[in-house]
Design a protein around this ligand. Sequence first.
Ligand code: GDP
Length: 530
Amino acid sequence: MSNITEEIKKRRTFAIISHPDAGKTTLTEKFLLYGGAINQAGSVKGKATAKHAVSDWMEIEKERGISVTSSVLQFNYDDKCINILDTPGHQDFSEDTYRTLMAADSAVMVIDASKGVEAQTRKLFKVCVMRHIPIFTFINKMDREARDTFELLDDIEKELGIATCPINWPIGSGKDFRGVYDRQKQEVELFSDTHKGTTQGEVKKVDVHNPEIDWLIGTERKSALEEEIELQDGAGAEFDQEMVDRGELSPVFFGSALTNFGVETFLQHFLKMTTSPLPRNSDKGEIDPMSEPDFSAFVFKIQANMNKAHRDRIAFMRICSGEFKAGMNVYHVQGGKEVRLSQPQQMMASERKIIDEAYGGDIIGVFDPGIFAIGDTLTTSKERFAYEGIPTFAPEHFARVRQVDTMKRKQFMKGVNQIAQEGAIQIFQEYNTGMEEIIVGVVGVLQFDVLKYRLENEYNVEIRLDSLPYEHIRWIENEDVDLDKLIGTSDMKKIKDLKERPLLLFVNSWSIKMTLDRNEGLELSEFGRS
Ligand code: GDP
């Protein structure tokens, strides 16, 4: 096996998804701690003693005058090289958050044990399902009062439509949290919150058949555990690696990221259950990193520089095969020419560093003089294949946008197009009304502010945004549909994208259902083909 293949085999690249506050940052920090990438987990944001949580580095970047919203962290553990892709939430939630999932080979879903599945998790989950990638669940905050275990599993199954298989089982929660029971090893991992920020301190594990267990967790707790396990064994899905690989079964783990309980166990199981970088589809068939010797990668995110003095952009790409060397020349398939990839960078814990080499599975950011678009392929292969494009994700907020000074149409269109090309916004036009007005759709409302700010600062164009009441967009899958004949609801709006493809806007999901009912054979999609 070549050195390159060996390096690729070691790679595990996953995205971490959750609703804000479920504990994603805390869990990521603890992972890094095990990887030795940091010495002590910086206490999570908001505390008096807080250093910045490492994956939460956007503020720091802002202070330095550069802004990069997606973070990728790399660390080594147990002979594996792990890439974690963070998916920003809160106000930063944007189409980029979805696109980040396109670069991952699996996803870890963090759920707050007192809340269950929440809105943002639901949205991100849909993209994981579309890609059929393995999804692992970490039910966090067991040191706090949690919902009933069966109820939590049920919630995941019903809300997300995926079967679950608990690998371990919690014993109590909150003040009564005693630990977790490993179903396969039949041993109890006893909870202790004394080693919060460190990796030191052995976790005590006791065989469930050991009589000591009775006084360690209490006889009542023990019989409750036995009952619950019996019920679960009888009714729950069995572990099935193939179903996990297809994203149809989610292994579930319980723990407490804050007190560093259950994190290492999770990491170990996770590494066993996930694979090295897998083949990806291209227009020349599947490209397998284990047999394709040449470098290939695709761009999944473009980050404009907020600093006016530096108009350059950074293109983030996922390497799919081969080896990357700083400054190498590669063929940009969509642009049809050779380019030199300069200033490659990667995140290592809190540091952004210039790197010399990277391998299939890794994520790198390179200097982009404005030539790359989302989904573009770069390769050194003579074959010159192009990876399958990245879909367009449904915006949820829409506004009509017009320039205040009508004389500035040219700059306005240039700016709007450029920002759309970077993937920060989507632009549409009225269908058949002859009006030239532009409708902008965004995934997170903050993108409207970014648009306004950037048009003013970079293109010298002032705009007015009038918000529209629509919340749902659907692409029409049928090739032959006659939009004029389509019978919608009174609140439905027909629009088209810049490639003249028709789309529908709806105020609520009820109207989507009505429209489907009224037009036999109509197929609507939440994802647009690129
Ligand atoms: P994120 O928004 O998902 O990144 O969540 P954070 O990691 O920032 O955590 C949100 C809050 O929950 C913080 O105040 C954390 O200290 C707290 N937290 C995270 N994990 C746990 C846990 O296991 N137990 C408890 N009690 N609190 C936690």
